[in-house]
Design a protein around this ligand. Structure first.
Ligand code: ZN
Ligand code: ZN
Length: 375
């Protein structure tokens, strides 16, 4: 369970009811687990939600009977549907529940329902004589998740504080002779100790030439004096993802080129933060960081987008990157949470990335993790 309060859930459901009306849907079948968590607080595996303007049905199996029972006592408009052991499949229960509701237009999440599940559901509904017309209604819940509510903001603020503390504890332990994997293990241990449920993704500890690979993970290489080390780590706090990256130089000292790269990436992040105000297009924030790196002669070395949204998933909207015609642009609004993570990568030499998490507020951007201002 995400631990979200019932009144916050109620407001999310009101938002969903408005979205259903706008899309002329009688009901929405929700199959993407983070969307189910958003609407109900339920974080178990194996579940479906059917949402109408005034009710939610949460379907799961007998392992979660107790959780569903508790939820339905807290949330008046939630009906639990528990498939008993040996009582058929979740898909069967879904079709039976939908047939009893007999909705007309029924939205589903096409990125999150397999072709087989879709065909199976369609067949079962027809067999039951249900008039439901399955129609793709993508991003209905994601649109709501884009702007965080007060409960989410406080979880993300607290998570950001704790992740910053993890960095303070562990980064001084990245000394010559320690392996990348050992540092990753220390970080994950410390995250759990500080209240994170689990890592949000595989921790990256990329040292020396490995630091030139933005998505390297952590291997057996031992840190050596003079290495640049990119450490990218994140945790789920109350089921919300926090994400940060630090780049350090293994002592005794950094070279002028290393300092130059650290300063340029730090300046790019600071400039991105300055422009990341409500009403700005994400591509303009990306462009601001890119300009700083280009001016430092490192434009070509910034090989990825500037940042991504954070929430129940570690990569969600808004996307802060160069504009892609196939993707919706989410102009920054108060309550959006995202990373700013410029980086430069030089094959064979190494790389630098600095990442912090930011909340857009009416008064301007707010750091959720504690930034380091380099140079
Ligand atoms: Zn990261
Ligand atoms: Zn990130």
């Amino acid at each position: 369970m995400t631990g979200v309060a019932a009144d916050a859930l109620g407001r999310r459901h009101q938002g969903l009811a408005a979205a259903l009306a706008k899309r002329s849907l009688d009901a929405l079948l929700v199959s993407h687990p983070p969307n189910i968590a958003y609407l109900t607080g339920f974080t178990g595996s194996a579940a479906f939600v059917i949402a109408t303007a005034d009710r939610l049905w949460l379907l799961s199996d007998a392992r979660y009977a107790q959780t569903l029972g508790e939820l339905s006592r807290q949330v008046a408009y939630l009906t639990p549907v528990v498939v008993p052991p040996g009582g058929g499949s979740l898909e069967e229960a879904l079709a039976t529940t939908l047939a009893s509701l007999a909705p007309g237009p029924l939205g589903f999440e096409s990125p999150h329902l397999t072709v087989r599940q879709h065909l199976d559901l369609d067949r079962r509904l027809r067999q039951a004589g249900c008039p439901a017309e399955l129609t793709a209604a993508d991003s209905t819940v994601e649109d709501l998740r884009l702007v965080k509510d007060a409960w989410e903001v406080s979880a993300l603020r607290e998570g950001g504080r704790r992740l910053s503390d993890v960095a303070k504890c562990i980064l001084p332990k990245a000394l010559a002779g320690t392996s990348e994997r050992e540092i990753a293990a220390l970080i994950e241990w410390e995250m759990r100790r500080k209240g994170f449920e689990r890592p949000a993704f595989d921790t990256i500890v990329a040292s020396g030439p490995n630091a030139a690979m933005p998505h390297y993970r952590a291997g057996d290489r031992r840190l050596a004096a003079g290495d640049l080390v990119v450490i990218d780590f994140g945790g789920m706090f109350q089921e919300y993802a926090l994400d940060m990256t630090r780049t350090l130089v293994v002592g005794p000292g950094a070279t002028p080129r290393q300092l130059e790269c650290l300063a340029a990436v730090g300046a790019a992040q600071a400039e991105a933060f300055r422009v990341a105000r409500v009403g700005t297009a994400p591509e303009d924030v990306d462009a601001a960081a890119r300009r700083v790196l280009a001016a430092a002669g490192m434009g070509d070395a910034f090989a990825h987008g500037l940042g991504h949204g954070l929430g129940l998933e570690v990569h969600e909207r808004p996307r802060l990157s160069r504009r892609r015609p196939d993707q919706a642009q989410d102009v920054l609004a108060a309550g959006m949470v995202f990373t700013l993570e410029p980086g430069v990568y030089f094959p064979g030499w190494g790389g630098v990335r600095i990442e912090d998490d930011v909340l857009a507020t009416p008064a301007g951007p707010e750091w959720l993790t504690e930034p380091v201002h380099v140079g």
